[in-house]
Write a protein that binds this ligand. Structure first.
Ligand SMILES: Cc1cc2nc3c(=O)[nH]c(=O)nc-3n(C[C@H](O)[C@H](O)[C@H](O)COP(=O)(O)OP(=O)(O)OC[C@H]3O[C@@H](n4cnc5c(N)ncnc54)[C@H](O)[C@@H]3O)c2cc1C
Length: 381
């Protein structure tokens, strides 16, 4: 077992760090306003600004041509240190992070392939006002009417619905009674969308979307056979890995900021970093950040083997995201009152970290998954 990065992985990290420092940081800090949701036009301009940089446009692949999840993790972690929204928008800004387009069958590629073109993103509409953790309880319905589907229902917390090319919607197929995935192409017909003001993730929109007798073409069902729910859950599983690397990046950013501040802020005639209790906070931050990082790369490595990894994913998602909250909160504490002001990045990092323990399975749901894997007893049945 080798827990060190390979030479290539270390080089890749250095390349990403250079790109973030030289290219992305000035764009994020000076050219674009990341304090509110970016628009489609801004995303397209930002994409054009970074187009000449190979590291930002070429996905890291393994020897079999699949996404190398360790390098992808490095990429996401380094971006999250700058702004978490860059990771959330990665498919639109850089390269396809998840293969949602792989859901399209032959005939559907002609109709919907444009939604997965470079620079586009497709949102995932699963959660609803009355179906959050219990995703199988979705109440949105798809009814067949002649050559069309008629969609009715509301989705909530749909990330990126304002800027997306469309949404993959989880709905109950009233013909089969099964939960299935349907693709909504915004170019054919736009949906009603309202951004919801959230605590963190300032640069992306989290939305309420409603479908009222919303007509879709006959080929809009992506999972006509069984498996709609399983497919949805497999995308949620990939999303969990992304959240783990966001958590590690946010924690590292909070730690870096706190260390820098502890060296320059003086009280009682000394830098505060010289006090043992401040070092205790910094050490706790470092312990949580480093263990979260190990956990995230362990999950990525296991996912790449194709082995079942439900328990590891749940341990990783729960641990890394809760750690990010702890680290970012200590980061504010190290700063004192200035850490609570909107001028200080520590405040933003805490707000962003706090967003991570809820999506793609809350910490409690992951604990129940771990408990089930350990005991064979399912608390959710
Ligand atoms: C930033 C962000 C982005 C998101 N993006 C998307 C997206 O793009 N697409 C999408 O479909 N959804 C998205 N979501 C929704 C997210 O997946 C849900 O918020 C999540 O599944 C939890 O559902 P809920 O918020 O309704 O909470 P609930 O399920 O109502 O849970 C409320 C509380 O009860 C606890 N709880 C629930 N059931 C149990 C149980 N059986 N045992 C113990 N405790 C329990 C939970 O842990 C939580 O503490 C996003 C959410 C956030 C915060």
């Amino acid at each position: 077992m080798d827990l060190n990065y390979s030479f290539e992985q270390a080089q890749y990290r250095e390349g990403v760090q250079r790109f973030v420092a030289r290219v992305l940081t000035p764009l994020v800090n000076d050219k674009y306003d990341f304090s509110r949701a970016l628009t489609r036009e801004e995303i397209a301009r930002l994409r054009a600004d970074i187009a000449g940089h190979e590291i930002a446009t070429e996905p890291p692949l393994d020897e079999n041509g699949n996404l190398d999840l360790i390098c992808l993790g490095i990429f996401m972690e380094e971006l999250a240190r700058l702004r978490i929204g860059l990771v959330s928008l990665a498919t639109a800004l850089f390269f396809p992070v998840w293969d949602l387009g792989g859901l399209l069958k032959d005939g559907q590629v002609d109709s919907y392939g444009h939604m997965f073109a470079p620079g586009e993103m497709v949102a995932m509409g699963m959660s609803e006002p009355n179906a959050g953790s219990h995703i199988a309880g979705v109440q949105t319905t798809a009814r067949r009417d002649g050559d069309e589907w008629v969609l009715n229902g509301s989705k909530l917390w749909t990330s990126h619905a304002t800027i997306a090319a469309g949404i993959i919607v989880l709905a109950r197929n009233l013909e089969t009674g099964r939960v299935s995935l349907f693709i909504v192409d915004r170019k054919r017909r736009d949906y009603h969308v309202e951004p919801v003001k959230m605590m963190g993730f300032d640069s992306i929109s989290t939305c309420a979307v409603s479908f009222d007798d919303f007509r879709l073409p006959s080929d809009a069902e992506l999972t006509p056979d069984k498996g709609g729910l399983r497919t949805a859950l497999s995308f949620i599983e990939q999303g969990r890995l992304r959240l783990m690397f966001m958590a590690v990046g946010v924690a590292q950013a909070a730690l870096d900021l706190a260390v820098d501040y502890a060296k320059v802020r003086t009280q009682f005639g000394k830098p505060i970093g010289a006090f043992q209790l401040v070092q205790d906070m910094l050490a706790d931050m470092a312990i949580h950040t480093e263990t979260a990082r190990l956990m995230a790369y362990r999950v990525a490595s296991q996912m790449m083997t194709g082995e079942p990894c439900r328990k590891t994913v749940s341990i990783g998602k729960a641990y890394t995201t809760e750690s990010a909250v702890k680290v970012a909160s200590l980061g504010v504490q190290v700063h004192g009152a200035i850490g609570l002001t909107t001028e200080c990045a520590a405040e933003r990092l805490l707000r962003d970290a706090r967003m991570l323990t809820i999506p793609d399975g809350t910490t409690q749901i992951h604990k129940l998954t771990i408990g089930r894997e350990l005991t064979g007893l399912d608390a959710l049945q």
